[in-house]
Design a protein around this ligand. Structure first.
Ligand SMILES: Nc1ncnc2c1ncn2[C@@H]1O[C@H](COP(=O)(O)OP(=O)(O)OP(=O)(O)O)[C@@H](O)[C@H]1O
Length: 251
């Protein structure tokens, strides 16, 4: 049996006096898993991401990365191998820097070198034109534009490209298409699926879109009240219907 890349063992996250928002949660994440994550509002989906990314301390349990417990590792250290894209297009990009500068900055993830403007060579700009063109939203024509002046869809596409510029060991997609109009959202979802599949990325994607959760990924989990109540993969996932999923949303 292959070893998981990440393994959550009996993870508990407690807030306030004694409120458990993750309750002894167990999850093995294998290389190449593309896991869609569903659950009602307040089920603990973002908390799960915060625990994995190190933005929220866990009370008990372990978060293993190649069998090494990273529970006490800072969020900054974890960015060397975990990338995250948020729902808000304003997060994840530096607004005053241009699209090209943001992409160059993203290439330094995990490296200890500083950003140098001379890194933006003609070759680099050509390379960025090629990769931004794949997003299908004219981002390639705005490489020298300050990121703050982009549309929400372009900015979110840039956040996604930045998160995957250096292949992360785990990509956390936190409702990353939810704030976009239907067409832009679908465009980014298709680009996401293409990148995850072609580059064999390991990813978790929170979504409230049942159709997307069923269509994309090899595995689907549902959270309810801080616990995983369904975890299906492969053919079992393929056979799952929206009606079956909806049953998990009835209190
Ligand atoms: N830092 C915190 N302090 C106190 N309560 C918190 C904290 N973070 C999350 N919670 C609570 O924990 C529960 C789970 O929140 P979480 O954001 O993880 O849910 P979610 O499944 O992502 O919901 P949504 O679909 O609405 O984004 C909620 O009741 C929330 O209010």
């Amino acid at each position: 049996m292959t070893e998981p890349v990440f393994s959550l063992k009996n993870v508990v996250v407690t807030v306030g006096e004694n409120t458990e928002i993750l309750k002894s949660l167990n999850l093995d994440i294998f290389d190449g898993d593309f896991i869609t994550v569903l659950g009602t509002n307040g089920a603990g989906k973002s908390t799960l991401f915060n625990a994995i990314a190190g933005n929220l301390p866990i009370s008990t349990g372990q978060i293993l990365h190649h069998n090494h417990n990273i529970a006490n590792e800072s969020a900054v250290t974890r960015t060397n191998y975990i990338a995250r894209v948020f729902q808000d297009p304003k997060m994840g990009t530096a607004p005053r820097m241009t699209v090209a500068e943001n992409l160059l900055l993203a290439e330094k993830r995990g490296a200890k070198r500083r950003l140098r403007s001379r890194g933006l060579t003609k070759e680099k700009l050509n390379e960025y034109a090629t990769i931004t063109k794949t997003m299908g939203n004219n981002l390639d024509t705005r490489l020298q534009t300050a990121t703050g002046d982009l549309s929400g869809g372009q900015r979110q596409a840039l956040s996604f490209l930045m998160a995957t510029r250096v292949k992360p060991e785990l990509l956390l997609l936190d409702e990353h298409t939810a704030a976009l109009d239907p067409k832009t959202s679908e465009q980014l979802m298709l680009a996401t699926n293409q990148q995850v599949t072609e580059n064999h990325l390991t990813a978790l994607m929170i979504t409230h879109n049942l159709a997307d959760a069923l269509e994309y990924g090899n595995r689907l989990i549902i959270l309810n009240a801080g616990q995983i109540v369904l975890d299906v993969r492969g053919e079992d996932k393929d056979m799952l219907t929206e009606e079956q999923i909806l049953k998990y949303f009835i209190a």
